[in-house]
Design a protein. Structure first.
Length: 340
């Protein structure tokens, strides 16, 4: 099979690797598409040579392990890329990201989706109904991230919510807030094109900065950027007893204003990854039409142009999810038509 592997110079090269065979409890899928997200771009410079990256993947089952269950060849699946033990208290509760044995497909020895074929644990595969295309499988993971943030914020119908940042996490968060019945969804982002896409995804109004928002105007705020100053800004705009969820990854110390948080009795929580049930909820919403994943699809690149795909995301030169595909039948570097 063809695969994009990392190099010593922190780039990519396309190589031929042996076609993989599934272990007893594994599946081999022919990758339909794999998304490029900000975490891939941030991780790439630290990856050793020879890694097949790509964690937002899905495709068609081509081989089934002897103990993998009732899976059939030809089934399209989305892949939950957080590999866990499946037996500890966290796994049983669905909090797979907190398993002590967690590892990530596409972020180490478990080869990811920037290849023609990928091996995945059968219990981390989620079947797509026939009415969803293979490319939709690659969007289940980012929409599950947004859904987990909305669940963490305990959003109720009629809530007024500020979403800070209209990148990939912010856009999927906005879509879920709309689907869950939020009465007002304000998207704050300095990029005018991102603000336009936020409106397409369901934002009721947009602003260029949190500083433009009225103090105490929101029941909840979901921060999807990961900048240290934004948590304190969110404290100002939420009401007493408001909820703040941090979905953006920040490696710096984050200041808060304890007196404001105390006097308002704010709840501040953090959100990472997703749960298996959230993957199922995303797929069901796609199938029902409650969420239209095509609105998130950006340019599509062939495997041999993976470096261009990463550069586009790195330089914030695109809005929507960039997809990489090894399928020669799909046009390279073409924009997938968005749903109206």
């Amino acid at each position: 099979m063809r695969a994009a592997v990392t190099t010593e110079a922190h780039g990519f090269e396309i190589v031929e690797l042996p076609d993989p065979a599934p272990g007893p409890d594994e599946l081999v899928i022919r990758v339909a598409a794999c998304g490029v997200c900000g975490s891939d771009v941030k991780a790439q410079p630290f990856m050793p040579a020879g890694i097949v990256m790509g964690h937002e993947l899905g495709g068609e089952i081509v081989s089934v392990g002897s103990e993998a269950g009732n899976w059939r060849k030809g089934t399209n699946v989305a892949v939950l890329p957080v590999v866990c033990c499946g037996a500890c208290s966290y796994c049983v509760a669905g909090a797979v990201a907190h398993c002590a044995q967690t590892r990530y497909i596409g972020m180490g020895s478990d080869r990811g989706g920037f290849a023609e074929l990928a091996v995945v644990p059968a219990r981390h595969a989620f079947a797509l109904p026939d009415d969803l295309t293979g490319a939709c499988a690659a969007l289940v993971e980012p929409f599950a991230v947004g859904l987990h943030g909305v669940h963490t914020a305990e959003i109720r119908p009629g809530d007024e919510v500020l979403v800070v940042g209209a990148g990939g996490v912010g856009l999927t968060t906005i879509a879920w807030l709309s689907a869950k019945g939020a009465a007002r969804i304000t998207a704050a982002d300095p990029d005018p094109e991102r603000r336009k896409l936020a409106s397409v995804m369901g934002a009721t109004d947009v602003v260029g900065s949190v500083t433009e928002c009225t103090a105490g105007a929101y029941d909840a705020s979901i921060e999807c950027v990961g900048r240290p100053e934004l948590l304190q800004a969110c404290q100002t705009v939420v009401r007493p007893l408001g909820r703040i969820v941090v979905s953006g990854a920040c490696a710096e110390a984050v200041p808060i204003e304890p007196v404001t948080a105390l006097l308002k009795e704010l709840t501040i929580r953090f959100s990472v990854c997703y749960r298996p049930d959230e993957f199922r909820e995303v797929i069901a919403a796609f199938s029902r039409g409650d969420i239209e994943p095509a609105r998130m699809m950006g340019p599509q690149f062939g495997l041999d142009r993976i470096a261009d795909a990463f550069d586009l995301v790195r330089n914030a030169g695109v809005h929507g999810r960039v997809l990489v595909t090894a399928d020669p039948n799909l046009q390279r570097h073409s924009s997938i038509r968005r749903a109206r």
